[in-house]
Design a protein around this ligand. Structure first.
Ligand SMILES: NC(=O)c1ccc[n+]([C@@H]2O[C@H](COP(=O)([O-])OP(=O)(O)OC[C@H]3O[C@@H](n4cnc5c(N)ncnc54)[C@H](O)[C@@H]3O)[C@@H](O)[C@H]2O)c1
Length: 414
């Protein structure tokens, strides 16, 4: 039986509830042993939620076990109920400092649900203490931070997953990736990603978000770090993890209504990026928190010499030649045929189980540190390129990042 991974949660704000539910859903694989937040009230609130969530799931599993016909199901659900009920006896510790949690608590892994500026120091500290890491998106504010995180985990021999895995862990994504990487789409030469919100800026058009979202020192950037990250991650996965070579970005901030809050707001609301990969593919990413565009197709579009993906729909080229009376080819009649994808017949783990399975095996999580570095190169590179007004190479990106301690500074209101 797989080892139950003992988890310490870092950051007990808005998204931490999904981590708690994610681990409580897999009591055979994970045990939440500690929660940590610099704000005591947040830690206490989530601490109470772990205990109440475990108790209600224990009762539900017990009730299901009583109703189950098969002995195997009864046994499994009874064991599950016991694992969840045990939370009330073993308890969950509360910390205000993750270094103290790492020192004092017997952990196998940490789960980071704190803002981006905490991701690198917490990951490196955990890796140095020999703990696996599940980290919220965006993986980091800069490519340098992301690379430090990946390298620290690789060096320590621990696993690093980052939360964007939900964009890859399904039969359709798996099938599209296989189609592309096996060459069935021919040469995959270009892709395009579009994702726009009409009005979706945290703390401007949408309320209840952490104050850090609009401050680049804490967040790394705006829309591309918050929402672009998901689809960029998916595109990198679908293409078979190509390495970005050069990045050219533009960014804009100044959508109406203007921000009137008192917090620092210096992040981009729109970013467009053109990336060349080392394998010759290229990709355009267009992403906005706020735009006046509507009715345009959104998602990921991938162009190959034999076919294309328009989001999840596969189109294959099945044209024919017109011939003359002598049988000479005269004209090619191109034709695109929408073709059903061959989906694998297997279950896919959710992002938390994918991480827990990786902790217990030689496998890497699907959304892993290596992918996170490439995604962060694109995000950070796009804003640096936009600031410089020219294309940059990925090597140059690291050189430029080394010149400053903080992420790319903000965007002036025009
Ligand atoms: N809010 C969302 O809808 C959402 C969705 C998906 C992913 N995320 C990602 O999750 C992360 C957290 O976002 P959130 O919305 O929950 O933010 P939040 O501001 O609601 O919560 C962050 C929590 O982290 C705590 N914290 C800050 N520094 C800390 C430290 N050094 N040690 C321990 N705790 C610390 C804060 O006190 C706060 O309780 C971000 O990376 C974000 O991009 C958020």
């Amino acid at each position: 039986m797989a080892k139950r991974i003992k988890i310490g949660l870092i950051g007990c704000g808005m998204i931490s509830g999904s981590h708690i539910n994610g681990y409580l859903a897999h009591p055979e694989h994970a045990e939440l042993v500690a929660v940590c937040d610099t704000v005591d009230a947040n830690a206490k609130r989530r601490h109470a939620e772990v205990l109440s969530g475990a108790a209600s799931r224990a009762s539900a599993a017990k009730a299901e076990a009583e109703k189950a016909d098969a002995a195997e199901a009864r046994e499994r659900l009874t064991a599950r109920s016991a694992l969840l009920a045990a939370y009330q006896d073993t308890g969950v510790k509360i910390f205000g400092d993750y270094n103290e949690m790492l020192r004092e608590c017997e952990l196998d892994a940490i789960s980071i649900a704190a803002p981006p500026f905490v991701h690198e120091p917490a990951t490196v500290a955990a890796a140095n203490a020999g703990k696996h890491v599940f980290c919220e998106k965006p993986m980091a504010r800069t490519a340098t931070e992301a690379r430090n995180m990946r390298d620290a985990c690789d060096k320590a021999g621990v696993k690093l997953a980052y939360q964007s895995g939900g964009t890859c862990l399904d039969a359709t994504s798996y099938a599209i990736r296989n189609y592309i990487t096996s060459g069935k789409l021919g040469d995959v030469y270009y892709g395009r990603l579009t994702s726009y919100r009409t009005r979706g800026r945290p703390n401007v058009d949408m309320f209840g978000f952490g104050r850090w979202f609009l401050n680049s020192v804490y967040s790394g950037g705006g829309t591309i770090y918050d929402t672009g990250v998901y689809l960029i991650n998916r595109s990198i996965y679908l293409l078979g993890s190509p390495q970005p070579a050069t990045i050219s970005g533009v960014a804009y901030r100044g959508m109406l209504p203007a921000y009137t809050g008192e917090e620092i707001n210096d992040v981009e609301e729109h970013a467009s990026v053109f990336v060349r990969f080392t394998n010759g593919m290229s990709f355009t990413y267009e992403n906005a928190w706020s735009s006046n565009m509507s009715g345009q197709p959104q998602g990921i579009f991938i162009f190959g010499s034999r076919g294309a993906f328009s989001n999840d729909a596969l189109f294959l080229e099945k044209g024919t030649w017109d011939t003359d009376a002598q049988g000479n080819r005269r004209r090619y009649q191109g034709k695109l045929v929408e073709t059903p994808l061959e989906l694998p017949e297997r279950d896919f783990a959710d992002k938390f189980l994918d991480f827990l399975n990786a902790c217990n095996s030689d496998a890497q999580p699907v959304s892993n540190g290596d992918m996170g570095v490439k995604v962060t190169e694109i995000m950070s590179g796009s804003l640096l390129s936009a600031k410089l007004g020219r294309e940059i190479t990925v090597d140059e990106l690291y050189e430029l990042e080394a010149l400053r301690a903080e992420p790319t500074p903000g965007w002036p209101i025009p």
